[in-house]
Design a protein around this ligand. Structure first.
Ligand SMILES: [Zn+2]
Length: 237
């Protein structure tokens, strides 16, 4: 009677070999056991038992690869707030209450100031943004940074907003010469135009001789359409 074929290899799940930690036994094509391993750098690799035991394979390859970008974070705790430093020297902030979760990942701050991490998986890698880790997903809502600083991920600075409300809190476009969102000057007539975007649709609020009138109209529009999500300050420095 044929029984179950018992692997002649010892189960090495969770064992560490250099930078590799064994996740589980991978599917075998031949008789040799292959193990799915996770490298400290985040990459996954399948390795033969022999290569692990003999020390032939100690990483996904990043140990030998001089070009491999070493990513790490440093943290500084100040009261209830943690200041994180990425491997490029950029900072991000969050509450001490979230520290245990946050430090499980390696964060990089992008050009816009958003901290994100890549979650590697053998099939498709996923990007996780820090504000998404801190504020769990809520249908039809996105997470908004109240003070418009995306690297400030303290809960006091995060709230749920709809896409339209988030647009209300977006930064002033560079091409906007008035310094106020939704107020611009026509090049042909020099008149001032007030616009507002509500639910992705641009509404025309009016055309004025002076910038001040256009701004006043825009503010009225913000109060009407965005309510508490209206930006408070007129000008950003
Ligand atoms: Zn690696």
């Amino acid at each position: 009677m044929g029984g179950t074929i018992v692997s002649k290899y010892k189960d090495i799940t969770n064992e560490r070999f250099g930078k590799l930690v064994v996740i589980n036994r991978a599917e075998n094509k031949r008789r040799d056991a292959l193990w799915l391993c996770k490298c400290d750098c985040g990459k996954f690799i399948t390795v033969k038992t022999f290569n692990l035991n003999s020390g032939l394979t100690k990483s996904c390859g990043c140990l030998k690869n001089k070009n491999c970008h070493k990513k790490y974070n440093q943290y500084k705790i100040t009261g209830d707030v943690v200041i994180g430093l990425d491997s490029n020297g950029k900072t991000f902030t969050f509450d001490l209450a979230d520290y245990a979760e946050v430090k499980k990942y390696t964060w990089l701050v992008d050009k816009s100031g958003y901290a994100s991490t890549t979650i590697y998986s053998p099939h498709n890698n996923k990007t996780l943004q820090l504000h998404r880790l801190i504020m769990s997903r809520k249908d039809n809502f996105i997470v908004d940074h109240i003070n418009r600083n995306p690297s400030d991920n303290r809960k006091i600075n995060l709230r749920y907003a709809t896409h339209s409300e988030n647009g209300a809190n977006s930064k002033i476009p560079i091409n906007n010469i008035s310094g106020v969102i939704g107020v611009s000057q026509r090049k042909d007539t020099n008149k001032w135009i007030a616009n507002i975007t509500v639910n992705y649709k641009r509404k025309f609020l009016g055309q004025f001789d002076t910038k001040e009138e256009a701004i006043a109209e825009r503010l009225k529009g913000e109060t009407k359409y965005f309510k508490e999500f209206a930006p408070m300050a007129l000008n950003e420095s």
